[in-house]
Design a protein around this ligand. Structure first.
Ligand SMILES: Nc1ncc2cc(-c3cccc4ccccc34)c(N3CC[C@@H](N)C3)nc2n1
Ligand SMILES: [Ca+2]
Length: 446
C-alpha cells in the first residue's frame, strides 16, 4: 500500500493529484521551484521541498533533486502528472531502482510508445487500426518507393517526435526528397534521433482519443473517447466527451478494440490511444502513457476518478471497476484557460487581482490560481481548466455559455473571450469541425 506520494509536477495538475491523494488518506509531498513557492498545492501539501531555481531543467526535470526529495521525506511513490518527466522511461527505471513506486506504466511500455515507429508496430500487432504507411523507418534511398506504395500526399514524421513536432507534408514526388531530408535534420536537432517514418496524409480528420486504464495483470477497461480536434498549433483549446461525430455503436466498438489491446499488452496504469477519424474510419497515430490534461471530461461522463484508479493500480489493488460497471452519462466540454492574449495568444504572466470561479450543477474549475497569485513566466501558460457537464450536448453548451459570463479573472489577459466567441458559433453549436477548423477560423478573423 502507498503511504506518501511525492507530486513531481506543478500548477493545476499538482493540485488535482493532491486532491486524489487526500481523499485516499495518503500523505502528500509537494516539490516546487523557487518561482512556485506560493503555489496552491504547496500550501495544501503535508510537506513541501524546494527542488531548485525556476528553469524546468533545474527543477521539475531534475531527476536527482526529485529522488533526493523522496529520500528526505520518505515518500514511497511519485506521481509525475503530465509533461515534465511523465513519459520519461529513465525516470521510471531510476525510481524502480530506488524502490519508489512510479505511479504510471512500466518503463518498457513508456519506451515502446515513446518511439512512434515501435508504437505503431505494437498497435498493429494488438489489432488496432493504423494509418497506412511505411512499416518502420524510411530513409532517403527508399522514400520514393514507399511513397508510391502509399500514394501522395504523404506525411513524414519523426519517430522520437509526437504532439506534432517534426512533421513534414510531401504533396508530390517533387517535394519528397526535401521533405525527408528536412524532417530528418530537424528530428536530429530536436530529439537527437533522425529516424523518420511515412504515413498517408489525412486531409480533414478529427482527433479522437480513447481513455484506457489497465491493472498490469491483464485486466483493462476503456472509458470512452474525447474529441480534441479544436487545437491551435498542436495546443488543445476545447475538448469534448463524447465526440459529436460518433454514435454509440462506434464508441463501443473502438473502445473495445482498445481495451482488448491493453489486456493483451498487460498495460499498467492510465493511457490514451490517439486516433485520426475520417470518413467513418479510425486511424491510430500515437499512444500517450500518461494522464492527460483533458482527463476531467472523461471523469465527468463516467463518474470515475482517474487519479484514484492510477494510485489503486500502482499500489497493486487493481481497478475499482469492470467494463460492465462503466456507464456513460451526458456530455462534457473542457475549455483550457491560458494566461495569454485571446487574439494573439502571446503569454500574459503577471498578478491576478480578482479571481471568481463560477459554480452550479455540472461546473468544475481545476486551477491553482487565486486572488493575488502571481503567474510565473517560466512555464506553460495554462492557468486553469473549465469543465462543464450536462445531460445532453445542448444542455452542456447552454451551461457553458452561462459559466463563461460568470468567470472573473482580472489583472492578466486570458483566453476566456475566445470561448465566449466560440460558444456562439454555428459550426461549434453543430459540432461540425475538424483539426483545421480553429486555425482557419482564427485566420479568418485577423
Ligand atoms: N497521417 C496523418 N495525417 C494527418 C495528420 C495530421 C496531424 C495533425 C496536424 C495538425 C493538427 C493536428 C491536430 C490534432 C491531431 C492531428 C493534427 C497529425 N498529428 C499532429 C500531432 C500528432 N498527434 C499527429 N498527424 C497526422 N497524420
Ligand atoms: Ca502524443
Amino acid at each position: 500500500m502507498i503511504s506518501k506520494v511525492l507530486i513531481a509536477n506543478r500548477g493545476e495538475i499538482a493540485l488535482r493529484v493532491l486532491r486524489a491523494c487526500k481523499e485516499l488518506g495518503i500523505a502528500t509531498v509537494a516539490v516546487h521551484s523557487t518561482a512556485d513557492a506560493d503555489a496552491m498545492h504547496v500550501r495544501l501539501a503535508d510537506e513541501s521541498v524546494c527542488i531548485g531555481p525556476p528553469p524546468s531543467r533545474e527543477s521539475y526535470l531534475n531527476i536527482h533533486q526529485i529522488v533526493a526529495a523522496c529520500e528526505i521525506t520518505g515518500a514511497d511513490a511519485v506521481h509525475p502528472g503530465y509533461g515534465f518527466l511523465s513519459e520519461n522511461a529513465k525516470f521510471a527505471e531510476i525510481l524502480d531502482a530506488h524502490g519508489i513506486t512510479f505511479i504510471g506504466p512500466t518503463a518498457e511500455h513508456i519506451r515502446i510508445m515513446g518511439d512512434k515507429i515501435t508504437a505503431k508496430q505494437t498497435a498493429q500487432e494488438l489489432g488496432i487500426p493504423v494509418v497506412p504507411g511505411s512499416d518502420g523507418e524510411v530513409r532517403p534511398e527508399n522514400a520514393l518507393e514507399v511513397a508510391r506504395k502509399i500514394g501522395f500526399p504523404v506525411l513524414i514524421k519523426a519517430t522520437a517526435g509526437g504532439g506534432g513536432r517534426g512533421m513534414k507534408v510531401a504533396r508530390s514526388e517533387a517535394d519528397l526528397d526535401e521533405a525527408v531530408s528536412t524532417a530528418r535534420s530537424e528530428a536530429l536537432a530536436a530529439f537527437g534521433n533522425d529516424a523518420v517514418y511515412m504515413e498517408k496524409y489525412l486531409g480533414k480528420p478529427r482527433h479522437i482519443e480513447i481513455q484506457v486504464v489497465g491493472d498490469g495483470m491483464g485486466n483493462a477497461v476503456h472509458l470512452g473517447e474525447r474529441d480534441c480536434s479544436l487545437q491551435r498549433r498542436h495546443q488543445k483549446v476545447w475538448e469534448e466527451a463524447n465526440s459529436p461525430a460518433l454514435n454509440v455503436e462506434q464508441r463501443m466498438k473502438i473502445g473495445q478494440v482498445c481495451a482488448d489491446a491493453m489486456k493483451k499488452l498487460k498495460y499498467r496504469g492510465a493511457g490514451t490511444i490517439e486516433f485520426l477519424y475520417e470518413n467513418g474510419e479510425f486511424y491510430f497515430i500515437e499512444m500517450n502513457t500518461r494522464l492527460q490534461v483533458e482527463h476531467p471530461i472523461t471523469e465527468a461522463i463516467t463518474g470515475i476518478d482517474l487519479v484514484h484508479e492510477q494510485i489503486r493500480v500502482a499500489s497493486g489493488a487493481g481497478l475499482s471497476v469492470t467494463q460492465e460497471d462503466i456507464v456513460f452519462s451526458g456530455h462534457a466540454i473542457e475549455c483550457r484557460i491560458n494566461a495569454e492574449d485571446p487574439r494573439t495568444f502571446v503569454p500574459s504572466p503577471g498578478t491576478i487581482t480578482h479571481f471568481h470561479a463560477p459554480g452550479g450543477l455540472g461546473v468544475r474549475v481545476d486551477s491553482g490560481a487565486y486572488q493575488g497569485y502571481k503567474i510565473p513566466p517560466y512555464y506553460d501558460s495554462l492557468i486553469g481548466k473549465l469543465i462543464v457537464h450536462g445531460r445532453t450536448r445542448v444542455e452542456c453548451m447552454m451551461r457553458l455559455r452561462r459559466v463563461l459570463d460568470e468567470f472573473v479573472i482580472d489583472g492578466i489577459k486570458t483566453t476566456l473571450p475566445l470561448f465566449q466567441d466560440l460558444i456562439g458559433n454555428q459550426d461549434i453549436a453543430n459540432g461540425d469541425y475538424d483539426i483545421h477548423w480553429l486555425e482557419n477560423y482564427l485566420a479568418s478573423k485577423t
